[in-house]
Design a protein around this ligand. Structure first.
Ligand SMILES: Cc1cc2nc3c(=O)[nH]c(=O)nc-3n(C[C@H](O)[C@H](O)[C@H](O)COP(=O)(O)O)c2cc1C
Length: 335
């Protein structure tokens, strides 16, 4: 077993978190991840109201006795959802682990900490990670450029971000973006992270609620099959490279560019959701990361997490065996 600050803080067996996923982070997947020894996370905003989130939490509890969390993503939008309502409903339902993501999380973090909850905050820069640490979050989830969804605007790959996290952070952090196997977990631990966060890999599991065709697309896809949209709007998002995403980028790159209004219909959440429901991979925009290149099958969450744990342990043992006895000690002993 691999014991880290993450397994201890969250009361989980394997240091693997399933990050919040719009339209995907539903009770069956969340419970399957938690039952398998990781931390499943429900996505609050996938539920149409705080009351619906309450029901989703109850449904998840029927499916697992293990800990799970709730993600609240703060969106850059003019008409924000009732974040406080979602947060209150989850706390009232006795959820004690939260993943926050997005802009200006201070108020939410303060509320969760005042209720004795554990907060993982996802960020893509060291500056934001340090600021979240000052706000009192317990764990930073550090998302590199490889990640599905929003990588920020700095184009900083996971290797340097994680090494910078090791230099700069004095609270636990987990590695996120581009991780799909035991090799990724072992590497994250070597970088000083106390675990990993995965999205794309969990989309492609038996218990993931999306259409089989989309799972097959992920298996067939490579690390070259994603694209960044919204780059010109400074709200970059990595999504599956389909006809709709390519059209969005084409409009963004035309002379004079594009305003969000020009793209609104193409990128609507309802169309993206349709892809997951009907299996039509060109129905709308749907999120996926370059970890797609590492995904070759559709295991159950239990099979996946067992495999990641075993492979990471094997790699860690192998690394320890690379270290030969130090000649200098032998020389010293002779003298
Ligand atoms: C389908 C999908 C939807 C996502 N939706 C959200 C979301 O609503 N909020 C959020 O904080 N992160 C979201 N993410 C990002 C994941 O939580 C995670 O940070 C990311 O997937 C890590 O990169 P990976 O896919 O390479 O593992 C989403 C990811 C995917 C694949």
């Amino acid at each position: 077993m691999i014991s880290t600050a993450l397994t201890k803080l969250l009361g989980i067996r394997v240091p693997v978190v399933q990050g919040g996923m719009q339209w995907v982070g539903l009770p069956a997947l969340v419970a399957a991840v938690s039952n398998a020894g990781g931390l499943g996370i429900l996505t609050a905003l996938t539920q149409p109201s705080p009351e619906a989130l309450r029901q989703a939490i109850r449904e998840t509890r029927k499916l697992t006795n293990n800990n799970f969390g709730v993600n609240i993503t703060l969106l850059p939008t003019i008409n924000p959802p009732d974040y406080e309502g979602y947060a209150r409903a989850a706390v009232e339902e006795n959820v004690r682990i939260f993943e926050t993501a997005g802009n200006s999380p201070g108020k939410l973090i303060k509320f969760f900490k005042s209720q004795g909850c554990i907060v993982l905050h996802k960020c893509t820069t060291i500056r934001h990670a340090k600021s979240a640490a000052r706000m009192g979050v317990d764990i930073i989830s550090i998302d590199g450029l490889e990640c599905a969804g929003h990588p920020g605007e700095d184009d900083m790959g996971g290797l340097v971000l994680l090494a910078r996290a090791a230099q700069e952070l004095n609270i636990p952090y987990i590695a996120s973006g581009g991780i799909a196997d035991g090799r990724g977990l072992a590497a994250a631990l070597a970088f000083g992270a106390c675990g990993v966060n995965m999205g794309t890999r969990f989309m492609c599991t038996k218990e993931s609620p999306i259409h089989q065709n989309i799972k097959d697309k992920i298996v067939a896809g490579t690390e070259l099959d994603t694209i960044h949209i919204f780059r010109t709007l400074r709200n970059t998002s990595r999504v599956y490279r389909n006809k709709v995403a390519e059209e969005v980028v084409r409009l963004e790159n035309r002379p004079g560019g594009a305003k969000f209004e020009d793209l609104r219909e193409l990128v609507s959440g309802a169309r993206g959701r349709l892809a997951y429901e009907t299996g039509d991979s060109d129905a709308g925009i749907w999120t996926a990361g370059v970890a797609m290149g590492l995904i070759t099958d559709i295991p159950s969450c239990q099979e996946l997490i067992d495999r990641i744990e075993k492979d990471a342990e094997r790699i860690i043992d192998g690394l320890a065996r690379m270290k030969l006895p130090d000649d200098r000690d032998a020389t010293k002993a002779k003298l």
